[in-house]
Design a protein around this ligand. Structure first.
Ligand code: ZN
Ligand code: ZN
Length: 452
């Protein structure tokens, strides 16, 4: 088997891995780098320019896996794009939103490469998506060669799949992004067990040791108590969330907490793509039963749009819970604007529920808990820091210890590390080399070809 990691900048980056298994040329994912802009954000597709892809696999619909798909799909017009059933609904919606964001950035930031693709390209991709049920192998033929492809539920986010290839009795498994623990809207991962020949493993949390006293349930409890305390002192609570997955889970957490009397009844405000995705989750529940999300919750909580009349420094006109994206409070997003209104007032609070990159406003606010001010660059506003700021670990990624244990039980002959910063991969490299002395552990250089 040959493997090339097309994620040119390394790290989590723009996920895309090319593998040649027997006669089959296969691409797994084609993402956009979350921190790069323009064409630099794409994987480098040059190494596969002159060959024909036989299959493209999409593991899930976060943009670091999906955002470059229309580009590579148009370069390889004959390859079917295989993905899980929920992604048939989610992928076109996420791509259309990405076009709108790119068009806005072209105007605001003068990025002339944007948009990288158009709505007609998304329509073309949508037609080529082939939905496959979980845990049901499909056989593909090429000349005399054959390969079996099976998708396994990976937790993480609705539709997320791990991919298993069986070729001449060899099993090759891509973990994709994985969460073993169940979320409120989604069961945990169910990865293929037993002996694997080659395992391509995500390493997102390689830097973070598990704290035995902290788990998802205890973090949810602490979050509910914190939100209740903010509301009881008469403040508003901002919960910045990712639109896909985390917003829907938070709706469910808030709804259940209200029903159990753990949160006072108060207005809940939400906006944007995440609300639209709630409609898609409802559809996915009805058609596949693969998510547990009922749109009726939003009606019962009377979820409303936030008041658009917001001014930095002036407290929010209506008190309540604000569940808005982006999760890292990136500039020009609703969570950034709401934070600029809410931060200078001591009754209010911000609850981060996931990872924030250190270079984003969310990451900056979390990095300096003692700072007296925060400068909202994009609004040219220096805010006195009065509201409470807390962080809760509701990560969508498995603990490093669980992933390492999975790799060890697989007895893989080779493990390829992916989807992690340099120090995260370094931990996995040492851990797996120590516990799998007979295996080869590869931390691939971008764009280099490996014979495995
Ligand atoms: Zn993901
Ligand atoms: Zn990812």
């Amino acid at each position: 088997m040959k493997l090339i990691d097309l994620n040119r900048h390394g790290g989590i980056g723009a996920n895309s891995i090319f593998v040649q298994i027997g006669d089959f040329n296969i691409l797994v994912d084609a993402g956009l780098h979350p921190k790069m802009v323009g064409k630099e954000a794409l994987p480098d597709f040059e190494p596969i320019e002159d060959l024909d892809l036989d299959l493209i696999i999409l593991t899930h619909c976060h943009l670091d896996h999906l955002g470059g798909l229309p580009i590579v799909a148009s370069l390889h017009p004959d390859a079917p794009i295989i993905t899980s059933l929920p992604n048939l609904t989610l992928a076109p919606r996420m791509l259309r939103n990405s076009i709108n964001v790119m068009k806005r950035q072209r105007q605001e930031l003068n990025i002339l490469d944007y948009p990288l693709f158009l709505h007609r390209d998304v329509a073309a991709v949508s037609k080529r998506l082939v939905g496959q049920r979980f845990e049901r192998g499909e056989v593909y033929l090429k000349g005399k060669d054959r390969i079996e492809v099976t998708l396994h539920p990976a937790g993480h986010v609705a539709g997320a799949a791990a991919v298993e290839f069986i070729h001449k009795h060899r099993r090759i498994v891509f973990s994709g992004d994985v969460l073993f623990e169940a979320q409120r809207t989604l069961p945990g991962a169910h990865l293929p067990k037993g002996k694997i020949d080659t395992l391509i493993l995500e390493t997102t949390r390689g830097r973070t040791a598990r704290k035995p006293e902290v788990n998802r349930a205890s973090e949810v409890d602490r979050l509910i108590d914190t939100v209740a305390a903010i509301l009881e002192r008469g403040g508003s609570c901002l919960i910045p969330v990712f639109a896909l997955g985390r917003m829907q889970e938070l709706f469910k957490i808030l709804y259940e907490a209200r029903n159990f009397g753990r949160l006072p009844r108060c207005p809940v405000f939400a906006a944007g793509l995440g609300i639209d995705l709630c409609n898609h989750f409802e559809k996915i529940r009805r058609s596949t039963r693969l998510v547990d999300f009922d749109l009726g919750m939003l009606e019962k909580m009377r979820v409303q749009q936030p008041d658009p009349k917001m001014r930095p420094g002036r407290d929010l006109p209506r008190k309540g819970i604000y569940l808005v994206s982006s999760g890292m409070m990136v500039e020009h997003t609703p969570s950034y604007h709401i934070a600029a209104s809410l931060l200078p007032h001591p009754d209010n609070g911000i609850c981060f529920v996931g990872y924030c990159d250190p270079e984003t406003p969310g990451g900056e606010i979390l990095a300096e808990p003692e700072a007296e001010n925060y400068f909202f660059d994009a609004l040219d506003y220096l805010a006195p820091r009065q509201a409470s700021v807390d962080q809760f670990d509701l990560s969508g990624h498995a603990d490093r210890e669980e992933l390492a244990a999975y790799a060890v039980q697989s007895e893989a002959r080779a493990v390829v590390l992916t989807h992690g910063d340099a120090d995260a991969r370094e931990w996995f490299l040492e851990e797996l080399q120590a516990n799998m002395p007979d295996s080869t552990v590869i931390n691939p250089e971008p764009l280099c070809q490996y014979q495995i």
